[in-house]
Design a binder for this molecule. Structure first.
Ligand code: PBG
Length: 346
């Protein structure tokens, strides 16, 4: 039976009719899998250390490394140890880290003012890491959740609604603080409308044209962020994040969000979480020429680690396969807690 197969690549579709009777030859795809050498020759997707962005959790103090129960193998680090960790990662080929401060509860407030403290934990960490490792690309989240007393990503109004424009004013302060400390990319993860454009304008006005914006464009209201919230010690006092983070049921909306962020000046567009959202990554790949980042989030890490610890699967191998799949779907960069386990296999 002849059959028509449509191949597609990024720019066009083409089809060819394959008739094994005319060829009179069986099609043997297994020839290209025969040996390690041939498999390597025909391998379509490659993971490299350059693809990885490693999140680091920061705490006050010195020589502190505090385990995170729900994320086996990951610790909160004081800045001195974070510098050491960043150096080790950089020595192994990783080009970028992203910083998440764990705040003293006393510094949290309804106004989240600690978020732009020029001498706060995050500012000091950015300065020290950039001083020690000027060639490492340093990013940091721009969202208020570590700093608000209620744990939401924005300023809350009287009825508990998260106020878009009041929050953007804070995000601008926060971005400028990070820029002054030496950040390479600010990473707005708050999902307020219009924040990318507002941050771009504020950065440019202050002379920070060289500071990039890595926008969490399609950030879903996912149940996979639980371990992260334990790591940064953020509990939601009321409600949930569904009035600003996206409904997991939607994909057109994700493309719309990403297109807006791009128009507003985002340099990198992110899809988050990653492995349950490969369809979104693939569709976004067709829509944009911008680099795409995917966040392999805490829950994606912890599920595999739990199964690994139970002896039910091989964690490092599952991580390698997962990250390869994320890249195959179209991501250029992958934020992941499994970086070291995957680097060991490169
Ligand atoms: C904060 C933020 C979150 C994550 C990254 N930045 C949590 C959230 O939005 O609730 C999640 C990362 C992870 O789960 O690894 N805005």
């Amino acid at each position: 039976m002849p059959f028509t197969h449509t191949f597609s690549n990024k720019s066009k579709d083409f089809s060819m009719t394959i008739d094994p009777r005319i060829l009179n030859l069986p099609i043997r795809l297994r020839r290209n899998r025969k040996s390690e050498a041939i498999r390597k020759m025909v391998q379509e997707t490659h993971l490299t250390p350059h693809d990885l962005v490693c999140p680091l959790f920061l705490v006050e103090g010195e020589k502190k490394h505090i385990p995170i129960a729900s994320m086996p193998g990951i610790e909160r680090l004081s800045v001195d140890l974070a510098v050491r960790e960043a150096k080790e990662l950089h020595d192994r080929g990783v080009q970028s880290i992203v910083l998440f401060p764990v705040l003293d509860p006393q510094l949290k407030s309804a106004e989240a003012t600690e978020a732009w403290n020029e001498n706060g934990l995050l500012a000091r960490a950015i300065r020290e890491i950039k001083f020690a490792l000027p060639n490492l690309c340093v990013m940091a989240d721009v969202a208020l959740d570590p700093y608000t007393s209620h744990g939401h990503d924005g300023i809350a109004g009287e009825n508990g609604e998260i106020l878009n424009d009041a929050t953007i004013d804070c995000l601008i302060q926060m971005s400028l603080m990070q820029a002054r400390a030496g950040i390479d990319f600010v990473a707005p993860s708050d999902m307020m409308d219009g924040r990318v454009g507002a941050i771009r304008e504020a950065l440019d006005d202050e002379g920070f044209q060289g500071v990039g914006i890595m926008a969490y464009s399609a950030k879903y209201a996912s149940s996979l962020y639980g371990p992260f919230r334990e790591a940064v010690d953020v509990k939601l006092n009321f409600g949930d994040k569904r009035t600003y983070q996206m409904d997991p049921a939607n994909s057109r909306e994700a493309l719309f969000e990403a297109a807006l962020d791009e128009e507003e000046g985002a340099d990198i567009l992110m899809v988050k979480p990653a492995s349950l959202y490969l369809d979104i990554i693939a569709k976004l790949r067709d829509q944009t020429k911008r680099p795409i980042a995917a966040y392999h989030v805490s829950g994606e890490y912890s599920m595999v680690m739990a199964a690994h610890q139970a002896g039910w699967l091989n964690g490092p191998k599952v991580f390698h396969e997962t990250l390869l799949s994320i890249k195959r779907a179209g991501a250029d960069l992958i934020f992941t807690y499994a970086a070291k386990q995957v680097l060991d296999q490169m």
